[in-house]
Ligand binder design. Structure first.
Ligand code: HEM
Length: 108
């Protein structure tokens, strides 16, 4: 079964719009990666103030390959400071899950 990788972003309230705009402008950054299955940017409403970047992959190897290649290109500059704009998030942590069971609506 698939593997779920969630990047948990802490985002100060005044940076939320910036974060969402940056994600919107990177739409398409991950779709064509081998083994990529799903992506959602989840905005917190209740119970937490952290954004979740939900991604699902065919297997761990597909995720690792994306991290080593396309991800590095699409995340350039967020960690290295330099001249690039400051990250909207103040911290990030990755959670890993295995999909145990899943369901989708029946197509009739
Ligand atoms: C689980 C997979 C992912 C990991 C491990 C990851 C890693 C990160 C990290 C560490 C940051 C924060 C950088 C910092 O604060 O210095 C970040 C921010 C960001 N990532 Fe990802 N990312 C993932 C998925 C994605 C995907 C699928 C997209 C695009 C569709 C994306 C686009 C962005 C953007 C636009 C930011 C915002 C930069 C900001 O804070 O202004 N990420 N990511």
């Amino acid at each position: 079964m698939s593997v779920v990788k969630i990047n948990v972003l802490t985002v100060p309230a005044e940076q939320r719009e910036t974060l969402e705009q940056r994600f919107a402008s990177r739409a398409g950054a991950v779709e064509s990666s081998d083994g990529f299955e799903w992506f959602e940017l989840l905005r917190p409403v209740e119970g937490t103030d952290q954004y979740l970047v939900y991604t699902r992959w065919r297997d761990e190897a597909s995720f690792q390959a994306w991290m080593e290649g396309p991800m590095k290109a699409s995340h350039q500059g967020q960690a290295d400071g330099g001249d690039r704009p400051k990250p909207a998030s103040s911290s990030a942590a990755v959670w890993t899950f295995e999909v145990v069971q899943q369901a989708a609506p029946k197509s009739e």
